[in-house]
Design a protein around this ligand. Structure first.
Ligand code: OGA
Ligand code: NI
Length: 368
């Protein structure tokens, strides 16, 4: 059923940049951005400052004490914290992850500058639903869909066959160089985390990486730009979704919160720790782990007085290999929950529908 979807060449309606709307809408927003009552955010609902109201914060320094007799417990304890976070939350923040804070700030601020360039310059990179690469303002191609209050820039970092500097902005002048270095560092960090996740699943440390295609993995970036919104209580910056890929490293704005993570029936507003990355499990690791780890729904709220910029780095399987539950994790009392699908096929499906909670991965459930 899904394989028949062919990506259309164009958007179903003319694209309106949310950034332009934000500059002209003073005290109302167009109807197309008004969410149905059940989807609207309850702003301030989780303003408590207790730790139970934030995703776990994990110090990765413990991973460095491999076989160090002075710190016998440090590594094991870090592994345990990550294991619990993957099972309980699907989300955690990492500190002491080895990526330079200056590089993180530079990456985010370089992209912020991009969004503040004149509109004519940005329009040269306008994207289409065919590949999504470039400057965009909607996800999904359903005619008449209610839209999110954000613009974005999407680009491929890996595989090299998809990396195309012509699709990356030429301005600000440092953009390509900064993102090249940022990508290199994040691929390394994701590789380390993939090992930890494999070990925590009691698999060989290279298991997940090999399941993703070894060296030939995919990696892409979505920079999200959430302009100020005069009616934040009526809309969302990004509708509820789970990330389709393997694992996401999110660099949030350093000034403005906005990401909310589902915990049961509640939405928890993440309080970012300075220079931490927010890590989350994507649908492909949910499938490979036979749902021991779950990709958790999340969404973004906006606000009336501050714009917000975030960088979501997606670490994905290569596109053409079937992803299915690890044989080692399929037992008589735990049958395989999902049928195999390549990430290319999966992504084609997602690109038609846009963000829809967890309906995509649910649709892979094996018939019983
Ligand atoms: C995403 C995402 C969250 C944010 O880009 O998939 O969930 O805080 N972003 O921008
Ligand atoms: Ni996401």
């Amino acid at each position: 059923m899904m394989k028949k979807n062919i990506s259309p060449l164009n958007w179903p309606e003319p694209i309106v940049r949310v950034q332009s709307l934000s500059e002209t809408c003073i005290d109302s927003i167009p109807e197309r951005y008004i969410k149905p009552l059940t989807d609207r955010p309850s702003i301030n609902s989780s303003s408590s400052s207790s730790d139970a109201n934030n995703i776990p914060i994990i110090d990765l320094r413990g991973l460095l004490y491999h076989g160090d007799p002075d710190h016998p417990e440090a590594r094991a304890s870090t592994l345990r914290q990550i294991s619990e976070a993957c099972k309980e939350w699907g989300f955690f923040q990492i500190v002491n992850h080895g990526v330079s804070p200056d590089l993180m700030d530079m990456a985010r601020e370089t992209w912020r500058k991009f969004f503040h360039l004149p509109m004519e310059l940005k329009q040269q990179y306008a994207n289409s639903p065919k590949t999504y690469e470039g400057y965009g303002s909607r996800l999904g191609v359903e005619k008449g869909a209610i839209l999110d209050w954000s613009d974005y820039y999407f680009l491929h970092y890996l595989p090299l066959s998809l990396k195309d500097y012509n699709k990356w902005p030429a301005l600000p002048p440092s953009c390509r160089e900064v993102f090249d270095e940022y990508g290199r560092e994040l691929v390394k960090l994701c590789g380390r985390l993939m090992k930890v996740l494999s070990l925590n699943l009691e698999l060989e440390e290279d298991f997940l990486q090999n399941g993703f295609g070894g060296e030939d993995i995919g990696a892409c970036l979505r920079v999200n730009f959430y302009p100020k919104c005069p009616k934040p209580e009526l809309t969302l910056g990004l509708s509820s979704h789970s990330d389709p890929g393997g694992m996401t490293l999110l660099l949030p704005d350093d000034q403005v919160a906005g990401l909310q993570v589902r915990k049961g029936d509640n939405w928890i507003t993440v309080k970012p720790v300075p220079h931490a990355f927010i890590v989350n499990i994507g649908d492909q690791i949910q499938v490979l782990s036979n749902a021991i780890y779950k990709s958790v729904e999340h969404r973004v709220i906006v606000n009336s007085n501050k714009e917000r910029v975030s960088l979501a780095f997606f670490y994905n399987p290569r596109g053409d290999i079937p992803i299915e539950p690890a044989k080692e994790l399929v037992k008589e009392d735990k049958p395989a929950l999902y049928t195999a699908m390549t990430f290319d096929e999966y992504r084609r499906f997602i690109r038609m529908k846009g963000p829809c909670g967890k309906s995509h991965v649910e649709s892979l459930k094996s018939p019983r």
